[in-house]
Ligand binder design. Structure first.
Ligand SMILES: Cc1cc2nc3c(=O)[nH]c(=O)nc-3n(C[C@H](O)[C@H](O)[C@H](O)COP(=O)(O)OP(=O)(O)OC[C@H]3O[C@@H](n4cnc5c(N)ncnc54)[C@H](O)[C@@H]3O)c2cc1C
Length: 423
């Protein structure tokens, strides 16, 4: 008889775990409290616009992304490497000359970054190319800021480029995050592209759910798990609509719920938030960033503006541009939507002094108090493992690896392998 397993949570970690459990012969059901799967990676469509919940992209260089997804089926819309550094009255392209030779000259001439810093970037890229992804989590840790200063990068490089770009990835512009996150994402960006699926980031979760169903799994949405009662021979799972006893449970919720359901104190519960606002700009000329994001070199209000429909035309109707702006820091979670829109408009008008952005129309504001768990230097050593959830209970979720799509997917596979090995 096949073993019965419940997976709690239909985010990327839970969906990957579900698929591998089902493929391994388990009788598996995932309970997801939301109306749809995807967790922190979701999209919704309205009036012809595709709005991802918060700005995030898929790094095709992530090993778990290559292993778990059919990238061709996602019809990826790729960003060009690098970014446009923006400040009042000035915009300049900083591209990766190896990844985008057509922008090499612009990059070489970029006034925001010294030639020494550009050469150091190439040396860092070479250094990281000799290390495996696994090795990046070994050895001592420090903050991104200290790590780059130790490498000899200048303060101006850190504030003009690294703070808005990697601060946008870590949601921490102070660069106090673990250097491991920097190294991993820097290497992934050298090894692959950043992209969004033509149907939105939520298509990633849809594909994983489809693969899990095809492998024989059941997915119950709108049904939260309230309690787990661990017995010697089974676990009793109480959900909003159901009560059942199963051989094993994989807890793949967000970290705070996982800590409550399992009582595991090693689960990190400090979160970092952000706010992303989406806008339409009707009948407008393109922002002409060459499929790159705009980095705010001055401040974090907003940290980035992304002309997303120039990268992924399928995100908007033909007669309008779709932009998003992301604001960092806890204070911004309480800032009203009109104020945020005014700040984006003011930033854009200062970066494009000859253009008016009066027609910028907010479509939605995503306030995300817990987008990633906080990752100060050293945090990864203290994270729980797949086996730390207690009897017959396995942990999956970014909080067992590092806060990312890579961490979530890798954790799901590990949890499934652990369950299949034990039963
Ligand atoms: C705005 C934003 C930007 C980001 N930027 C990047 C980026 O650029 N690159 C990157 O790699 N990563 C990024 N991330 C992080 C990445 O999205 C997450 O690390 C990853 O998606 C976490 O997946 P997960 O499956 O571990 O957890 P989650 O996505 O949190 O999934 C947990 C699921 O459990 C469900 N759940 C919770 N409680 C219960 C319950 N009691 N019963 C049933 N279900 C429950 C939730 O509804 C959710 O669906 C970003 C995240 C956000 C939000």
């Amino acid at each position: 008889m096949s073993r019965s397993v419940v997976v709690v949570g239909g985010g990327l970690a839970g969906l990957v775990a579900t698929r591998h459990l089902a493929a391994g012969g388990a009788d598996v059901t995932v309970y997801e409290q939301g109306e749809t799967v995807g967790g922190r990676v979701r999209s919704h469509t309205a009036d012809g616009y595709t709005l991802d919940r918060g700005f995030q992209v898929l790094f095709t260089g992530y090993p778990a992304v290559q292993r778990e997804l059919d990238l061709d089926a996602l019809d990826l819309q790729r960003f060009n490497p690098g970014a446009v550094i923006a400040r009042p009255g000035r915009r300049s392209v900083l591209a990766d000359p190896l990844g985008d030779p057509t922008a090499a000259l612009d990059s070489l001439r970029n006034p925001e970054v010294t030639l020494s810093d550009k050469l150091r970037t190439l040396a860092l890229r070479q250094h990281l190319s000799t290390r495996s992804y696994g090795e990046l989590f070994e050895g001592s840790d420090t903050s991104i800021r200290k790590y780059l200063l130790n490498w000899g990068f200048s303060d101006s490089y850190l504030s003009n480029f690294v703070a808005p770009f990697y601060g946008g990835i870590t949601l921490d512009r102070s660069l106090a995050t673990s250097k491991r996150v920097f190294e991993y994402t820097f290497k992934a960006l050298s090894d692959g592209d950043s992209a969004v699926p033509a149907d939105g980031m939520g298509a990633i979760a849809s594909q994983l759910a489809e693969r899990a169903r095809s492998a024989g799994a059941s997915i119950e949405t709108d049904d939260a798990v309230r309690e787990l009662t661990r017995k010697r021979r089974h676990v009793v799972v109480d959900t909003d609509c159901d009560r059942r006893a199963v051989d094993a449970v994989v807890v793949a919720t967000n970290p705070r719920v996982a800590a409550r359901l399992t009582g595991t104190s090693a689960i990190p519960t400090d979160g970092i938030g952000c706010v992303t606002q989406h806008y339409r700009l009707p009948d407008a000329d393109p922002l002409d960033t060459g499929k790159r994001i705009l980095l705010n070199a001055g401040d974090s209000e907003p940290n980035t503006v992304v002309p997303i429909s120039e990268v992924a035309p399928s995100y908007a109707p033909d007669d309008a541009l779709l932009l998003n702006a992301t604001f960092l820091g806890d204070a911004v979670l309480d800032t009203d939507s009109d104020t945020l829109a005014e700040r984006t408009m003011a930033a854009l008008e200062s970066w494009y002094p000859r253009r008016s952005f009066d027609a910028l129309e907010p479509l939605a504001t995503n306030r995300i108090p817990f987008a990633q768990f906080a990752q100060p230097p050293g945090v990864h050593e203290s994270l729980p493992t797949v086996h730390d959830g207690g009897r017959r209970t396995y942990l999956a979720g970014d909080y067992t690896e590092w806060s990312s799509i890579q961490g979530a997917m890798a954790s799901g596979r590990k949890a499934a392998e652990a369950v299949l090995a034990d039963y």
